[in-house]
Design a binder for this molecule. Structure first.
Ligand SMILES: [Zn+2]
Length: 131
């Protein structure tokens, strides 16, 4: 089942990119500071113009949780959610396998499948450049 989040003018480019299999993050056009998802202005310079940049797809695993009870039909239990920090800086909640072979603090690869971002363990083919 595909979950369709509310999409507005601000978030439309992010969701359109997910449908193409790409992960974008917002950045300030004035000072290039990477912004958290949903930010309407830059905490560094106060600028309100943002540009969407393509993420390299690597992130640090900050936390994860397995839900054993369903709270929405689109998310049948059990399912897992992770909080990750993109190597570019912003944090993002993402899906992950129930048995993710990674620990908090590890670098994970972010795949985009069916419009969702999924944290996966690194493979030998991945770059280990994420912070
Ligand atoms: Zn700025």
């Amino acid at each position: 089942m595909h979950y369709a989040p509310p999409i507005d003018d601000w978030s439309a480019p992010f969701h359109a990119a997910l449908e193409r299999g790409e992960l974008l993050y917002p950045a300030c056009t004035a000072c290039r500071h990477a912004l958290p998802y949903g930010a309407r202005c830059c905490p560094t310079c106060g600028g309100t113009a943002i540009a969407w940049r393509r993420s390299g797809g690597l992130a640090r695993l900050c936390a994860r949780v397995v839900y054993r009870r369903s709270f929405a039909a689109a998310f049948p239990a059990p399912y897992a959610v992770a909080q990750v920090q993109l190597s570019e800086g912003p944090r993002l909640p993402v899906r992950c396998p129930l048995e993710l072979a990674a620990n908090t603090g590890d670098t994970v690869r972010l795949d985009v499948r069916d419009g969702a971002v999924i944290a996966m363990p690194l493979t030998d083919g991945d770059t280990h450049a994420a912070a």
